[in-house]
Design a protein around this ligand. Structure first.
Ligand code: ADP
Ligand code: GLC
Length: 489
């Protein structure tokens, strides 16, 4: 089966969050299972320095409204020899930042991703590639199923090609003013109504994917159920419910070649489930790096690596921060995002210089050091499609404290409610008091050395490698193909 995997971010070439991790790792695992897969993504400024050799595979132009953009597709080999195609159009993608700079979204994001989506189809045509599956990820690529439908009559290639739309986060839908519809050049009668791209008078890119893709998936089973309800569907719950038969939840995996304390080159010392000594070195280095009290070596150190946005539950952390400081724990945060959280954590670091370390930056090396050097990992999300950092924390023996929602509910179970298999501390209510209760239980457990060590080892033994999920995607591709050929249910 030939698959073209389409994403606006792919590790190790460009990243703002977990989307890149998934789109870097999943194609390799599909390739290992025998799928003929290649990846296509924009060529951003930050990508250039990370590319080795490339060959120019195609040149064409894409017209959007009155403007024509010259495009090139450069191809390189990614890990495991998977071809990665980079769509080059400097006017659109050669900028600081992927979607924004200095906290301000680019005003032409609609144009950038209409162009990218058209370029993906133009590339298939000009290069002669005939994928059976186009696998699309998030709103940036979600117009493609509508384009495929709109053009199927003129384009024989598209008759054979099915689409799979993966939603990584319902909170980001790519919503633009109605004038943007004309730039898509989709037929108004067919696509401009509430059953298609129109959403309360706006153009909604993600909706185009949900409505028109052959199959739809999201990144955990619990989130797949949640998004058909008003609390999590972000207004598209009704549309998703109409696709319930074709909607599946497949849990993300972790790339243990990158996130593994036994081999991680970015941490001070390697360690394993049988020899935990190195973790202490990693903790010591982290305390030094943030100039925190040495006495924290014997006390619990809480870590947090995140986009600083409401999704991640920072209002709860803010609410109980004084209570956390009344325990004996230390706290280290790495993140960027909303100004109010930058201000809050800057203040907390100033108030508690020996116990609170804050790095307001995007820094992959620091992310690895925090995963390794902390004892507890905090993730009290309001909603969480999957979440990867809690999965990475497990591998590093850094015990997660999470709110049970979405993928957090599918990966972390409370060790006091489930003493046999529990791998963290979990709470249900979105309330500061519930988070505090879970943290206090975790801190008490840390004080019981044998119990804590057994818990760490149980965390480290958890296996969320991609193998199982990659097979589930291959099944999904088959379902999409059968549906297209009229063999489906
Ligand atoms: P989301 O995609 O919602 O941001 P995930 O848990 O799925 O959340 O993935 C987050 C990814 O981004 C992880 O690889 C994490 O290490 C990384 N990350 C988040 N914030 C930062 C940061 N400030 N610096 C470096 N890496 C970060
Ligand atoms: C999104 C979600 C996150 C998920 C990631 C990768 O950014 O917020 O929960 O892990 O996508 O699927």
């Amino acid at each position: 089966m030939e698959i073209l995997f389409v994403s606006s971010e792919v590790e190790p070439f460009a990243k703002t969050g977990g989307l890149a991790d998934v789109c870097g790792a999943l194609p390799l695992h599909i390739a290992r299972l025998g799928g003929r897969i290649s990846v296509i993504t924009p060529l951003y400024r930050e990508t250039r320095s990370r590319l080795q050799t490339t060959a120019c595979e195609a040149k064409f132009s894409v017209t959007v409204g009155p403007r024509t953009f010259a495009m090139q597709v450069l191809t390189s080999r990614g890990p495991a020899d998977v071809p990665v195609h980079f769509v080059r159009c400097d006017e659109l993608f050669d900028r600081d930042g992927l979607y924004e700079a200095g906290g301000k979204a680019f005003t032409d994001n609609h144009l950038r991703f209409i162009c990218f989506s058209k370029a993906v189809l133009a590339f298939c045509r000009t290069s002669g590639m005939q994928p059976e599956i186009l696998h699309l990820n998030d709103w940036q690529t979600a117009l493609i199923p509508a384009f495929m439908l709109g053009r199927a009559a003129q384009d024989p290639l598209l008759h054979r090609c099915s689409s799979v739309m993966t939603i990584h986060n319902m909170a980001y839908q790519g919503m633009f003013p109605p004038e943007v519809f004309d730039l898509t050049e989709l037929a108004r009668q067919q696509f401009w109504h509430p059953g298609q791209l129109e959403f309360w008078g706006q153009v909604n890119f993600l909706k185009a994917g949900i409505v028109n893709a052959d199959m739809v998936s999201t990144v955990s089973p619990t989130y797949a159920r949640e998004i058909t309800t008003p609390e999590f569907g972000c207004g598209l719950e009704g549309v998703l419910a109409t696709r319930a038969q074709d909607l599946v939840g497949i849990l993300n995996g972790a790339d243990y070649t990158v996130w593994n304390p036994e081999s991680d080159p970015l941490i001070r010392a390697r360690y394993s489930i049988d020899d935990l000594a190195g973790k202490q070195d990693c903790k010591r280095e982290l305390l030094e790096r943030f100039s925190l009290a040495r006495s924290l070596m014997q006390r619990p150190l809480i870590g947090c690596i995140s986009r600083l946005v409401d999704q991640k539950g920072f209002d709860l952390i803010e609410e109980i921060f004084d209570d956390i400081m009344r325990t004996d724990a230390g706290f280290v945060l790495l993140g960027t995002g909303e100004q109010r959280y930058h201000d809050f954590f800057t203040r907390m670091a100033a108030q508690h210089p020996s116990r609170v370390g804050v790095l307001l930056a995007y820094d992959n090396r620091a992310a690895h050091k925090i995963e390794a050097g902390c004892d507890l990992f905090l993730m009290p999300s309001r909603f969480e499609p999957c979440g990867l950092t809690q999965i990475y924390s497990l591998k590093y023996g850094t015990v997660p404290v999470v709110r049970s929602t979405g993928g957090l509910a599918d990966t972390i179970s409370d060790c006091e409610r489930d003493p046999e298999r529990g791998n963290g501390f979990a709470f249900a209510d979105y309330a500061g008091s519930a988070l505090l209760d879970a943290l206090v239980r975790a801190i008490a457990c840390y004080g019981q050395k044998e119990r804590w060590k057994a818990l760490m080892q149980r965390c480290m033994a958890c296996n969320f490698s991609w193998d199982v999920s990659a097979r589930a995607y291959l099944d999904l591709y088959r379902r999409a193909r059968d549906k297209k050929m009229g063999l489906g249910d």
